[in-house]
Design a protein around this ligand. Structure first.
Ligand SMILES: *[C@@H]1O[C@H](CO)[C@@H](O)[C@H](O)[C@H]1NC(C)=O
Ligand SMILES: *[C@@H]1O[C@H](CO)[C@@H](O)[C@H](O)[C@H]1NC(C)=O
Length: 357
């Protein structure tokens, strides 16, 4: 019983403070928001307590109000919307501004009623100006190409990504490189060895400039469009695309290099062709000679067969044609007989040897 009492008191105290104090603003939402003209922006407030009625001020001017689920757009601006949602960490109040303009910049104040607890959020809208436009670059395969973009963004808060896609594809999913606060933080894994990515440069006019060099351009690379993507929160701004097209060979020094390379390759191919032609013709000739010999032999054999069949000699007897021509009875003798003859020669030789020694 002694333990339960303080817990009960604590619970009661918590309830009382929660009911009384609905002015606890969460610090999870930012108090400074930057965006660029044309984006959609959401200004958020999160309050711990129950929120039933509140008003939104901009530069002290009453622009929106909300009471028991009903919102009122007090200045008739259709680009402005207000929303209230219950969240785990409290109640979320959102003011959405579509297609923001420079004039939307300023301090937005959310004031809860009847407590008068308020919180300010500062919105800064800047203009984004691309200094580089649509471009078509003629490139030779196997030479490097530099893709450059320049823009003016006073907010300086953009996440910057160089992307490419094949024309007709709807999304620019292939990320070549990514920068954060002007420094390279990510480079395409597969293209890493062929990509040269530098940190951002700031020009004298205060523009941001970046470029990537794609080395040893392949036919595949030429089939893409290349863009720079700037992200301001959820708002995405793409540069105009750079298209790569294969260059017709003209007086460019890299081009003549290519011509020389192509010539060397052609000569090598020609040599290979000649060598293989020689080898092939040699094989062909060999085969032709063999074939001719075979036909000759076959004709000879068939002649012989005719001769044999006309004489009705059994084919078991070896070289009967020679027999008939030479009339030599010795060659008709069996293998044993021949060996016997050789033996006699050997014998006579050895006997000769013996007699000489
Ligand atoms: C809130 O402000 C209004 C007028 O500005 C005032 O009349 C009212 O008493 C204030 N409420 C609280 C709880 O301070
Ligand atoms: C909000 O901004 C206004 C105008 O600058 C200022 O008068 C007010 O004190 C600020 N309120 C809070 C809660 O910071």
């Amino acid at each position: 019983m002694r333990d339960v009492k303080p817990l009960f008191l604590l619970l009661l105290l918590h309830r009382v403070t929660n009911g009384q104090d609905n002015g606890k603003w969460s610090s999870t939402t930012s108090t400074e928001i930057s965006t660029v003209v044309g984006c959609k922006v959401e200004i958020e407030w999160v309050n711990a307590g129950p929120v039933d009625e509140f008003t939104i001020y901009k530069k002290q001017e009453h622009i929106l109000s909300f009471h028991s689920g009903v919102s009122d757009n007090l200045i008739g601006n259709e680009r402005l919307m207000i929303n209230q949602q219950k969240r785990r960490n409290g109640e979320l109040i959102t003011v959405t501004i579509n297609d923001v303009e420079i004039g939307d910049s300023g301090i937005y104040t959310c004031k809860l009623l009847p407590s008068n607890h308020s919180k300010n959020v500062t919105l800064t809208v800047t203009d984004l100006k691309w200094k580089t436009g649509k471009e078509i670059k003629a490139v030779n395969p196997w030479t490097p190409v530099q893709l450059s973009w320049e823009y003016k963004d006073s907010s300086g808060t953009a996440m910057v990504t160089a992307v490419r896609r094949k024309p007709g594809n709807s999304d620019w999913a292939e990320i070549l490189a990514r920068w954060e606060k002007g420094s390279v933080v990510q480079v395409h894994d597969l293209l890493r060895s062929r990509l040269e990515v530098d940190n951002f440069m700031t020009t004298a006019a205060g523009n941001k400039r970046t470029s990537i060099v794609l080395k040893d351009v392949t036919r595949e690379d030429l089939s893409y469009q290349y863009r720079l993507l700037l992200e301001f929160g959820k708002c995405q701004k793409y540069s105009e695309p750079i298209d790569l097209i294969p260059e017709q060979c003209e007086a460019a020094p890299e081009c003549s290099m290519t011509v020389r390379n192509v010539l060397i390759i052609l000569v090598v191919l020609l040599l290979l062709a000649v060598i293989s032609l020689i080898i092939f013709s040699y094989i062909l000739r060999r085969r032709f000679i063999d074939d001719a010999a075979n036909t000759e032999r076959n004709r000879y054999a068939s002649n012989r067969d005719i001769a044999l069949s006309s004489r009705q000699v059994t084919p078991l007897v070896p070289e009967p044609l020679l027999d008939s021509e030479n009339g030599n009875s010795a060659s008709t003798s069996t293998r044993n007989g021949t060996i016997g003859e050789n033996e006699t020669v050997e014998k006579s030789k050895s006997s000769n040897y013996e007699s000489s020694s």
